[in-house]
Design a protein around this ligand. Structure first.
Ligand SMILES: Nc1ncnc2c1ncn2[C@@H]1O[C@H](COP(=O)(O)OP(=O)(O)OP(=O)(O)O)[C@@H](O)[C@H]1O
Ligand SMILES: [Mg+2]
Length: 226
């Protein structure tokens, strides 16, 4: 079967103050459909850079990133926008909910942006899936951190993506709340067949994944299946 995500000899350089920074250096990686993968390694090793490339938010300096078998370098702007809107969901450490919108409005926003129908009903179904339908009318500031992150997961799921990219999703949560959020991500992969790639500094969070990818100085140092 075609991997959900494939990196072939991917390097990424940044320019900072006239100096070249090598953030990724010759990364080869395959993550299968429905796998839950944890990206681990020291601060600055390239985890967020890898997630940005995996979401076609940025492009390699060398090599190729394939999403669902499609080389991202070959996509024009319209197809890139469609890919990001329909096939990929993002989750961040800081939740990034819109404070002036209710929980339900936050979750339906990706559907409205994509001009899709039945946005409210689909948002409520996604909220039911993370067990928060009863909080649909609340504002974000009325939620706990764990609830905010579950709303963010519902928002990432609402357009039924094949790939979810999570950058330190438990970074702002205590360990018990973090475990709850990780449990939801596990279910996203196991029950919905969504490929989940998560960067994390938490050994406890990483232990829940099917696959651990350890980066060091922009290279894959080790890949371990559970
Ligand atoms: N836009 C940028 N311009 C210049 N350098 C960058 C940029 N983004 C990242 N870097 C550099 O690339 C390297 C990898 O950064 P990255 O953010 O991917 O690390 P990370 O593993 O996510 O770290 P952390 O655990 O702290 O989030 C670092 O040396 C960083 O300073
Ligand atoms: Mg990072």
């Amino acid at each position: 079967m075609e991997p959900a995500l494939r990196f072939v000899n991917v390097s990424k350089d940044y320019l900072a103050d006239g100096a070249r920074v090598s953030a990724l250096n010759g990364v080869n990686l395959e993550i299968g459909p429905g796998q839950f993968a944890a990206l681990v390694g020291r601060s600055g090793c390239g985890k967020s850079t890898l997630l940005n490339l995996a979401g076609a938010m940025d492009f390699p300096t060398h090599g190729e990133v394939f999403i669902g078998g499609e080389p991202t370098s070959a996509l024009d702007d319209a197809r890139l926008t469609a890919l990001r809107r329909r096939r990929i969901g993002f989750i961040f450490q800081s939740f990034q909910l819109l404070g002036t919108l209710s929980v339900a409005e936050n979750v339906e926003t990706p559907l409205l942006l994509a001009g899709e129908r039945n946005a409210r009903a689909r948002a409520l179904a996604a909220l039911r899936w993370v067990d928060l339908e009863n909080l649909a009318g609340r504002m974000p500031h009325q939620l706990s951190g764990g609830q905010m992150q579950r709303v963010a997961i519902a928002r990432a799921l609402v357009h039924e993506p094949s790939l979810i990219l999570a950058d330190e999703p438990t970074g702002n949560l205590d360990s018990a709340t973090g475990n709850l959020v990780i449990g939801v991500l596990r279910r996203v992969a196991a029950e919905r067949g969504v490929t989940v790639v998560m960067a994390t500094h938490s050994a406890e969070s990483a232990a829940a994944a099917d696959l651990t990818v350890r980066l060091r100085d922009g290279r894959v140092e080790e890949t371990a299946a559970r």
